[in-house]
Design a binder for this molecule. Structure first.
Ligand code: IMP
Length: 176
């Protein structure tokens, strides 16, 4: 599969992802059965994961989309924009950040800090994918779908220069 100048091969099938999403939902339901969590998907990458996850969650909850970006092309720029779009008060709420992928962990760290400043009661994260650098930095992520090494991936919401978000499977770059 090609996107612009890069070639990709299938890494995770839609079927595998679907099963994993359901398993993550069961874990979250169990941990939050007496709470009403606010799911906070980080746009754009987590839109597909968030949509599938929310359909699997069977406890009372809220959803509020936010946006932040640190990526340009295939390398993290380290340039973080601020969290935008949280229109309802998050004070005193149990927040679950919904991330497509955690690479360096900079984005997640930044968002967690900002949410704690806003007075969130608790902040946890569910990430479909986690890369090696985030493991090295030991960023606490309560719910993780799949562990990756360093590979650049696209599909299921993830993009390469805006392309590939619509794909139902996850693909990894060939010849890195
Ligand atoms: P971090 O701040 O380095 O952890 O980067 C997290 C964000 O970068 C994710 O929410 C994605 O939007 C983006 N990102 C990280 N790795 C990839 C990748 O392999 N493909 C596409 N986007 C990625």
């Amino acid at each position: 599969m090609k996107l612009k100048d890069l070639t990709f091969k299938k890494l995770l099938t839609a079927d595998r992802i679907e099963k994993k999403v359901a398993a993550l939902a069961r874990q979250i339901e169990e941990d939050y059965q007496d709470k009403t969590p606010v799911f906070l998907p980080i746009l754009n990458g987590s839109f597909m994961f968030a949509s599938d996850l929310m359909k699997e969650i069977n406890i009372p909850c809220r959803v509020s989309f936010v946006k932040i970006s640190s990526y340009s092309g295939t390398v993290s720029t380290g340039q973080l924009k601020t969290l935008i779009g949280h229109d309802e008060s998050l004070f005193g709420t149990d927040i679950i950040i919904v991330e497509d992928i955690v690479d360096t962990g900079l984005t997640l760290q930044k968002i967690s800090d900002e949410l704690k400043d806003l007075g969130a009661k608790s902040v946890e994260c569910v990430a479909l994918l986690r890369k090696q650098p985030a493991r090295e930095k030991n960023i606490p992520i309560r719910y993780i779908g799949f562990e990756l090494e360093h590979e650049f991936v696209v599909g299921y919401g993830l993009d390469y220069d805006g392309l590939g978000r619509n794909l139902r499977d996850v693909y990894s770059r060939v010849g890195e």
